[in-house]
Design a protein around this ligand. Sequence first.
Ligand SMILES: CC(=O)SCCNC(=O)CCNC(=O)[C@H](O)C(C)(C)COP(=O)(O)OP(=O)(O)OC[C@H]1O[C@@H](n2cnc3c(N)ncnc32)[C@H](O)[C@@H]1OP(=O)(O)O
Ligand SMILES: N[C@@H](CCO)C(=O)O
Length: 409
Amino acid sequence: MSDTPVQDSPAPAGLTPADLEQAQRREIDTPSSQVMRFGPADALPLDAGVTLAPWQIAYETYGTLNADRSNAILICHALTGDQYVASTNPVTRKPGWWTMLVGPGKPVDTDRYFVICANVLGGCMGTTGPASTNPETGAPYALSMPVVTIRDMVRAQARLVEHLGIETLFAVVGGSMGGMQVLQWASLYPEKVFAAVPIATGARHSSQNIAFHEVGRQAVMADPDWLGGNYIAAGRRPSKGLSVARMAAHITYMSDTSLHRKFGRNLQDREAPTFGFDADFQIESYLRHQGLTFVDRFDANSYLYVTRAMDYFDLAAEHGGSLARAFLRTSTRFCVISFTTDWLFPTSESKAVVRALNAAAANVSFVEVHSDRGHDAFLLDEPEMFRTVRGFLTGAAHARGIPAPGGAA
Ligand SMILES: CC(=O)SCCNC(=O)CCNC(=O)[C@H](O)C(C)(C)COP(=O)(O)OP(=O)(O)OC[C@H]1O[C@@H](n2cnc3c(N)ncnc32)[C@H](O)[C@@H]1OP(=O)(O)O
Ligand SMILES: N[C@@H](CCO)C(=O)O
């Protein structure tokens, strides 16, 4: 993505012109990744009623695929995640986002399993998205990119998995939007999913969650540098709007308890309030930091597309209003995980999934992890979640005949 001249339009409340100048001067690098490209003969049908071609999917793999190709685990990332689940992200230079869960000897043990993680359709880390070139115009798609759904993302992943020569995935694992993809995989391709681990997720996006996403999208679209979505061609970036969108969203990823513990009403680098609108409070400074670092790694139009994909997700609606019907005759074994203080995807959403799986006579276990860290707990050091995932996968691997690293099944 190209850099942007610094704009002198006024900053929204909460971001200083200096903050914005710094954000707009940074570039989002092009990530290096493995990429699978599909030509017109492999056009991808989308729920929007059109096909996408050419298209590509960027992915990373970890571990070794065994001889009978039975040990593959697909990890599905959340809203703003990427394929770098267990390796350094080349844009942020930070470790992978689930290195505590995925790696040698970890619960998703790459000494035992072959792990695949792909950037979602509509994303901005190498898979086709609104920043990709529209072959018909030679310019970035921007809003001419068709709107994509969770099911479209899963269809794209299924093509990748097929081209990697894998008929059945041993497991599909993911949190939040990644968990939606897990449920969609199990519903759309039940014969291709031996085990499924949907974490901190739901079978539909709630009205409240759609509302939060709409606030974020409006912030992006209200930025004068958004230019109807055509900012890349104009060499601009709607960093202000995207920062504000992330600030608002980030609040929903945490709990009141964790915000109180981290920041309380503490002041940021000062002894007393300034009686102005600078970041007096630590929480304000923190949110500004989250907004500013986000625009370094994420494309604004992609943000519109992936939030929309979550909003449209409603697995029961795909099956005449019955969630149980989404899983009828499934032989997949499920482990559903929620967190006690996740108010974005509360435990009640997970229980609705478990009830539907029970009604479909599916093999399902459910764990509510005690954590006071809110929705993003699934990205953090949560030993109860790690134990649950390890135990479930170990049992399923035994049933599937995947040997342990030492050799025993
Ligand atoms: C899911 C996927 O597929 S991957 C995508 C997910 N990744 C993200 O969402 C990244 C952004 N999210 C976060 O950082 C989430 O808060 C979490 C939950 C994942 C991380 O939580 P924690 O590890 O507890 O980190 P914490 O919330 O304390 O944030 C630390 C950051 O805030 C900064 N910070 C802390 N206090 C302040 C403050 N008062 N003022 C300014 N910045 C502050 C730290 O310097 C640190 O910055 P850095 O991340 O640039 O190094
Ligand atoms: N904080 C994570 C999870 C949000 O659901 C993300 O940005 O992807």
